[in-house]
Design a protein around this ligand. Structure first.
Ligand code: SF4
Ligand code: SF4
Length: 248
């Protein structure tokens, strides 16, 4: 693994050679680890390789103003790498658009997942109605701000069905019925795609434990359809030999 100084020197070199026009990374601003968008060699110093930032940096790659900066470089953890791989596979990015500068996974993320494992175990042991009550209690707090959608690199549709009102696909006001529809719609669209980065849960102002839903769905998906094939995606691939019995 390269030292931080070597990585910064590499970034400076990329700017000098005009191979990139921007670096997306994290900076430590007054103790807060937050995304930074570096466009100038003099600002390379701002980049912190402390990767405890809660955002998935790959989410910025779906924005038009960032796309204009391609090719750019990004300091990535395994989560950003996985999201970028998915975006390439789904034709949202080209390999040459983003140059990856690898960094370490944050210890915080590892501990966070261990705590989730305990909670997921508790949820699996509940009866169906107990689990339903758990989600009702959480979803009634949803304020439909869509921060979960905006923070996810994989939610990149230009027009989300949840925003449409002619016709209305999802009840738009923030009450329990519409909130259930919204949260399950979002989760189902991640089936076989969620890389468990946690950005959606971290962005949620209502503290809804979205990662429990994402990870439980991932487990069911893997059990029902097998571990994901790196060349295929559950939601975008089909075969005439698929089990279609649920249609009948
Ligand atoms: S945890 Fe899954 S659904 Fe949430 S932001 Fe990451 S990839 Fe998207
Ligand atoms: S971020 Fe939280 S409150 Fe906002 S729409 Fe998503 S689940 Fe609801």
């Amino acid at each position: 693994m390269k030292t931080i100084e070597q990585q910064k020197a590499e970034i400076v070199h990329l700017f000098e050679q005009k191979k990139i026009s921007m670096v997306v990374a994290f900076e430590n601003y007054r103790g807060i680890v937050r995304p930074v968008f570096v466009k100038d060699i003099k600002d390379v110093e701002k980049i912190s390789f402390d990767m405890s930032g809660k955002q998935n940096l790959a989410t910025y790659l779906k924005r038009a103003e960032i796309k204009k900066q391609f090719p750019l470089a990004m300091v990535v953890r395994p989560t950003e790498k996985s999201s970028i791989a998915l975006l390439i596979k789904e034709n949202q990015l080209k390999v040459e658009d983003v140059l990856l500068i690898e960094s370490m996974v944050s210890q915080d993320q590892i501990e966070w997942k261990k705590a989730q494992d305990i909670e997921i175990d508790r949820l699996w042991k509940m009866s169906f109605s107990e689990r339903m009550d758990f989600w009702k209690k959480n979803f009634q707090n949803c304020i439909r701000c869509y921060a979960c959608r905006q923070s996810c690199p994989h939610c990149y549709c230009q027009y989300c069905k949840a925003d449409k009102n002619q016709p209305t696909w999802v009840e738009r006001s923030a009450h329990l019925q519409g909130n259930f529809s919204w949260n399950f719609l979002r989760a189902f669209h991640q089936a076989g795609r969620c890389i468990e980065c946690g950005a959606c849960e971290n962005a949620c102002p209502a503290n809804i434990p979205l990662m429990l839903l994402n990870r439980m769905q991932n487990k069911i998906t893997a059990e029902s359809f097998g571990e994901s094939d790196p060349k295929k995606y559950l939601l975008s691939d089909w075969s005439k030999d698929d089990d279609n019995s649920f249609f009948l």
